[in-house]
Structure formats: structure tokens, C-alpha cells
Design a protein around this ligand. Structure first.
Ligand SMILES: [Zn+2]
Length: 117
């Protein structure tokens, strides 16, 4: 049927398995890079730093009468955080939902994040 020996055949199979493993490893690296760039957190960070994100932040700051949404005390815009009411970790689909965002003191945001964990 074939002029290939069992030994050669086994060699070929083992080499192709190695190649498959190499290709799989490369794919995993690419997927990891894509996930890092397009994760809900990265997507939010990109938006936050964009012109739209900066505009929203100023509008929201004024809507909140320049106060923290958590403790209601006055807040400096430059020192503020954008807080996810429903945290990204649990609700990744709400990462850019403006109804899920508000402005808080960094300490108010972080203390809430710790409670969520
Ligand atoms: Zn606060």
C-alpha cells in the first residue's frame, strides 16, 4: 500500500504534533495580546482617555454639582475617578454604559471596589 516505514510514519506524526503545538502557542500569544487590548477594562480605559470620555467626565461632573456621587462631598475634577456602579469584573457588558458610570473621589471609588471583591 505504501512505501513508508512505520518508523518514518511515527517520525512524521511526532514532527507534525510539534508543529501543531508551536502553532497553538503562537495563536495563544496573539489571543492574549488581543484580550489585553480589547478587554472590557482596556476598552473602558481607551474611552476614558478619548475626547468623548473627557467630555463626558466634565458634563457628569457638572451634573453632579461638582460633588462625589458616593460621599456627596465636593470634588476636584482633576482628582476624580470614574466609578462603575456595577463593577466591570462582574458586569463586563456595562463597561461603557454611561448609566453605569459616575464620578467619585479616588478613595470612595477604591473603598467601594474593595467591598465588591
Ligand atoms: Zn467621595
Amino acid at each position: 500500500m505504501s512505501d513508508i516505514s512505520t518508523e518514518e510514519l511515527v517520525g512524521k506524526i511526532l514532527r507534525s504534533r510539534k508543529n501543531v503545538a508551536k502553532i497553538r502557542f503562537s495563536i495563544d500569544l496573539v489571543v492574549a495580546k488581543i484580550e489585553k487590548k480589547y478587554s472590557p477594562r482596556a476598552e473602558f480605559d481607551n474611552w476614558r482617555n478619548s475626547d468623548d470620555g473627557q467630555k463626558w467626565r466634565i458634563q457628569q461632573y457638572n451634573l453632579q454639582n461638582r460633588c462625589c456621587a458616593e460621599c456627596k462631598k465636593p470634588l476636584e475634577l482633576k482628582d476624580s475617578h470614574i466609578d462603575h456602579i456595577k463593577p466591570i469584573a462582574k458586569y463586563p457588558q456595562l463597561n461603557l454604559d454611561l448609566r453605569n458610570l459616575r464620578i467619585t473621589h479616588p478613595s470612595c471609588n477604591l473603598s467601594r471596589s474593595r467591598k465588591d471583591i
